[in-house]
Design a protein around this ligand. Structure first.
Ligand SMILES: [Zn+2]
Length: 563
C-alpha cells in the first residue's frame, strides 16, 4: 500500500512539475492522423541527440501539416541535407514549432519561397521573414509532409523550442497523446572498472553482466564482486504502442543503497552541447558493436546539462567487505519504468582479465595543440579536439595516411594537409582528399586547394588519401524522351550522378531562362515543376549543367514540346 501511494504521489508530482513549466493541451496536432512515433526526443543518434519527435506518416508523403497554434513564420530552410525543407513558426506564448523533411510548403509560403529561389537562382535557400510577414493561424495547412534532407523514410520531424533560448524541448511534455503501455526494454548491462586497479568480476576491462527477469517484472543481475571505483552502463530502448521502432527512453536513474547517484532525462538540451553525446555513450563500444551503451556515470569531460542529480558523478567506490545494492530505473514519459537491481560485494580478487594494452608511439595530450608529420600529409589537432588523453595510432605513407580509427571521438575539426607537388598540374586539378572506409571505398572530404597544399577539415578519424576524378557527371532524362510532347506532364525529372568526387552544383535553363530544379540526392534526381510557368513557347530547349567536386562538368541539352 505504501509503495502504491508512493508511486501515485511520484506520478502526480512528475505530472504537476511538467504542467507548471509547459503549457498543456494548448498546441494542436501537426497532423490529423494518430501520433505514432518513429523517434523520440533525446534519442541517441550519431554525434547528436534527436531534437524532436519523428511522427510516422503511414509510409506516405504529402500529408497536410497543420500549424499547432497561431503564429508567424520566422525561418524557412531548403537544404539537400539535414532538415531538408523546414519551417519554423514562432507562437505568442514563447515557443517555436519546427516542421522538417517537408515535401513542400503550404500555398502562401510556397510562393514566398519560390520567389526567393528564383531571385537567388538556387534551390537551397534560408530565409528569416520579418515578424508578422507570414502569419499562420491555428490548424491551417502550412506544409505537406515528405522525406527531404537526411530522412530515411517518409515522416514528419516535429520540434517545440523555446523561442528565447532556442533550446529544443521534449514535445511529449505538452500533453500530446502518444500511446505507450510498454516498459523500456533492456538489451544489456555493462560494468566499468574506473580507477587504477579497479576490478569487476576479476576484470580490469569493461565487462558485460548477466541479469534475469523476476516474477514482478523487474530484473536482477547476478551478484557482482568488485573493488575500487566502478560504474555501470546500459543498452536500452523504448517501444511505444502501434509501432516496432526502437525509440529512446526518457530518464535513467541510478541509486546506490537508496541514495541517488545519478539521474538524467530528456526534458531539454541545447544544440551547443548535443555533440557531447559522445561522452554519454561508450563511443568505442559503438565503433566495435554498433550498440549505444549509455553510461550511468559522468566522465570528467562530459559537459551535458541533462543531469538532474549527481553524487560522486555516479561512480561507486567499492570497499572490501561492504555490500551495495544498485538500482537502475529506466523510464519513458508515459511513466512506464524498468527496474534493474545489481547486488555488489566488495572483494579484493586476483585479476583475470587485464586491461587491453593500447600503447602506441604517440601519446596525445588532449588539452594541447598537436602536430604530426605523416609523410604524405601533415595533421594538426587544435587544443581540445579530443575529450581525453590517449595513445594515438598514426601510420605514415607516401600516398595514404591513417589517423587512428573512429573508436575515438573528435569533438572539434582538425586539419589534414596533403602536399600534391609530386603530381602533374593537370592531374592535381582533378584530385581531392578522400576518406577511405574499412573496405577502402573513397568518399569526398571537402578539399581546399591553396598555397600548393590540399587541405581538409574533418572530425572523422581514419585513412585518407588523394584520389583523382577524371570522369564528368552523368545527366539523363528520367521521365521524358528527346522531342517528346509533354503537355500533360506536371513535372520534368532527370537523373544526375557522379562516380567519385560527387556532385557539387547543378543548374538548368528552359529556352535560356533559369529554372528551379529540386535536387534529391537520395534518388539522384533533379525535378522541375511545370507549375513554375517559366516559358510559354511550344518548343522548349532544356539545358542542364552538372559539376562535380573537382570541377568536371557535363551539359545536357534536349528539346521537348508543350502546349
Ligand atoms: Zn527527426
Amino acid at each position: 500500500m505504501r509503495l502504491y501511494l508512493f508511486f501515485i504521489t511520484f506520478f502526480i508530482a512528475l505530472h504537476l512539475s511538467a504542467q507548471k513549466e509547459y503549457p498543456q493541451d494548448v498546441f494542436g496536432s501537426p497532423l490529423d492522423i494518430p501520433l505514432v512515433l518513429a523517434g523520440t526526443f533525446g534519442e541517441l543518434r550519431s554525434n547528436h541527440f534527436h531534437s524532436g519527435m519523428d511522427i510516422k506518416t503511414q509510409q506516405r508523403e504529402g500529408l497536410p501539416v497543420y500549424a499547432i497554434a497561431d503564429g508567424t513564420v520566422t525561418r524557412i530552410v531548403v537544404s539537400h541535407w539535414g532538415y531538408g525543407k523546414a519551417l519554423y513558426v514562432a507562437h505568442p506564448n514563447g515557443y517555436t514549432s519546427v516542421y522538417a523533411h517537408l515535401k513542400k510548403f503550404g500555398p502562401e509560403i510556397e510562393e514566398y519561397v519560390k520567389k526567393v529561389q528564383y531571385e537567388k537562382q538556387s534551390y537551397e535557400v534560408e530565409m528569416f521573414p520579418d515578424y508578422g510577414e507570414l502569419k499562420v493561424t491555428n490548424g491551417s495547412i502550412i506544409a505537406y509532409s515528405g522525406n527531404t534532407g537526411g530522412s530515411a523514410g517518409p515522416h514528419l520531424h516535429f520540434e517545440i523550442r523555446s523561442s528565447v533560448s532556442g533550446k529544443p524541448t521534449n514535445p511529449l511534455l505538452y500533453g500530446y497523446e502518444v500511446r505507450d503501455a510498454t516498459d523500456p526494454t533492456l538489451l544489456g548491462l555493462y560494468g566499468y572498472p574506473i580507477s587504477d586497479g579497479a576490478l569487476i568480476n576479476k576484470s580490469a576491462e569493461k565487462i558485460q553482466l548477466n541479469y534475469t527477469r523476476q516474477s514482478d517484472g523487474s530484473f536482477l543481475a547476478d551478484k557482482v564482486t568488485a573493488s575500487g571505483t566502478i560504474g555501470f552502463g546500459i543498452n536500452t530502448f523504448d517501444r511505444l504502442d502501434m509501432a516496432a521502432n526502437q525509440n529512446g527512453v526518457y530518464a535513467v536513474k541510478q541509486t546506490v543503497n537508496g541514495r541517488v547517484y545519478s539521474e538524467f532525462d530528456f526534458e531539454t538540451f541545447s544544440f551547443a552541447e548535443t555533440r557531447y553525446i559522445n561522452t554519454l555513450v561508450d563511443y568505442a563500444h559503438y565503433y566495435d558493436h554498433r550498440q549505444r551503451i549509455q553510461k550511468c556515470f559522468k566522465e570528467p569531460y562530459n559537459h551535458l546539462s541533462i543531469y538532474k542529480s549527481l553524487y560522486n558523478d555516479g561512480k561507486i567506490n567499492v570497499e572490501e567487505g561492504m555490500s551495495y545494492n544498485v538500482e537502475l530505473l529506466i523510464s519513458d514519459l508515459a511513466g512506464n519504468t524498468t527496474k534493474l537491481v545489481i547486488p555488489i560485494e566488495g572483494k579484493k580478487e586476483e585479476e583475470k582479465i587485464t586491461k587491453e594494452d593500447k600503447t602506441t608511439e604517440n601519446y596525445l595530450i588532449a588539452e594541447k595543440p598537436n602536430n604530426f608529420d605523416l609523410g604524405a600529409a601533415k595533421v594538426y589537432f587544435p587544443a581540445s579536439t579530443f575529450y581525453e588523453d590517449f595513445f594515438i595510432n598514426l601510420e605514415k605513407g607516401n600516398d595514404t595516411i591513417t589517423i587512428h580509427d573512429n573508436s575515438v571521438a573528435a569533438h572539434r575539426n582538425f586539419t589534414i594537409s596533403f602536399d600534391p607537388s609530386k603530381y602533374a598540374m593537370e592531374d592535381r586539378n582533378q584530385m581531392f582528399i578522400a576518406h577511405l572506409d574499412s573496405r577502402l571505398r573513397p568518399s569526398y572530404s571537402k578539399t581546399y586547394k591553396r598555397d600548393g597544399a590540399f587541405t581538409t577539415r574533418t572530425r572523422t578519424l581514419g585513412t585518407y588519401t588523394l584520389v583523382r576524378d577524371s570522369v564528368a557527371p552523368q545527366v539523363r532524362p528520367k521521365n521524358f524522351k528527346e522531342k517528346q510532347w509533354l503537355s500533360n506532364y506536371n513535372y520534368l525529372s532527370l537523373t544526375i550522378t557522379d562516380d567519385l568526387s560527387g556532385i557539387d552544383s547543378y543548374s538548368a535553363t528552359l529556352n535560356g531562362k533559369w529554372i528551379l530544379m529540386e535536387y534529391e540526392p537520395k534518388t539522384n534526381t533533379i525535378t522541375y515543376n511545370f507549375d513554375d510557368k517559366i516559358v510559354n513557347e511550344t518548343e522548349c530547349e532544356l539545358k542542364v549543367t552538372v559539376t562535380d567536386n573537382v570541377g568536371n562538368s557535363t551539359t545536357y541539352t534536349g528539346t521537348f514540346f508543350r502546349k
